[in-house]
Design a protein around this ligand. Sequence first.
Ligand SMILES: *Cc1c(COP(=O)(O)O)cnc(C)c1O
Length: 355
Amino acid sequence: MVPVYVTKAFLPPKDEYLLLLNRIWQSRILTNQGELVQELERKIAEYLQVPHFLYLSNGTLALQLALHVLGIDGGEVITTPFSYVATTSAVLWERCQPVYADIEPEHFCMDPAAIEPLVTKNTRAILATHVFGFACDTEQIEAVAKRHHIPVIYDAAHAFGCIYRGRSLLSYGDIAACSFHATKVFHTVEGGGCVLHCDEHCHAMDLARRFGHHYDNHIQLGINAKNSEFHAAMGLCNLKYFERNLEARKTVSRWYDEMLPDAIVRPAPQKGLSGNYGYYPVLFPSEQALLHAFERLAEKQIFPRRYFYPSLNRLPYLNCRASCPVSEDIASRIACLPLFPEMDRELVERICREL
Ligand SMILES: *Cc1c(COP(=O)(O)O)cnc(C)c1O
């Protein structure tokens, strides 16, 4: 039996990738903002209809650079306990203190009502995640941010291809950070980037990702967060297949909708949001039910994932005393079922039968 994991990375036809690699062999420019990186940035900015998109080495550095160019180098960042660990580790790595605002139980995004009571004179930013491509309540979050003059960063690692109220979900916030890791709906093997709206921030991030200098002119502190021509080539190939893959994912999601037993709760789609079908999250009645289902599926070589567990306020190395009851409850009994473009109906049927 071939094991089935939560996702299976898409690969474009090899010939198409090789064709782009030929250009690298000709130019001998392998990295440092070569023509393929520039072309990918242009195409993504155009696709998302945003003023600036910077391609970076991964989504974690995208979050870190977002904090960095906004001048947040200490203080408190109000963030979500329900996300991938990188959302919190980026905050910690930038020497900031994560302060957790609990989530709402419908779509697992930060509850705007939980933010304001946490604002102090040390609050420097809000960092919220569009979990599973569901949209944060951007209007309410941005209203709180405006009242307290703090910027909003979105962890949009799940949101590529999502349209919210007529525009890309990545276009919301002061900066949106995304990931193009192999497990995401659109990938460049490793990779990520930031959507920016302010020329100044874009200029600062562009410098910061390449050591902060332009030839012999050393302008500011920088790091290495560039990405290579090889990664950009994968992105250029995959971008062409993105819409087609989204449609295939939608079909698989519909099969799950149809065949899953009623006791397994699935979050309802949000009003005003056209999703990317990146994940198929399901809520079990209890953690025990989840563990039991995982055991049964494992016997059949099927491996869903506990996205996200634990609730980040419970990270063992954090010693955080705050409790986030909604996030902790959801984290204990949520899982993502296998979902990738090449799945056939028979496999979805098998998974649903086990459940
Ligand atoms: C994948 C992911 C990241 C990290 O992105 P990398 O490209 O793997 O560094 C951050 N946040 C969320 C929500 C993610 O899913």
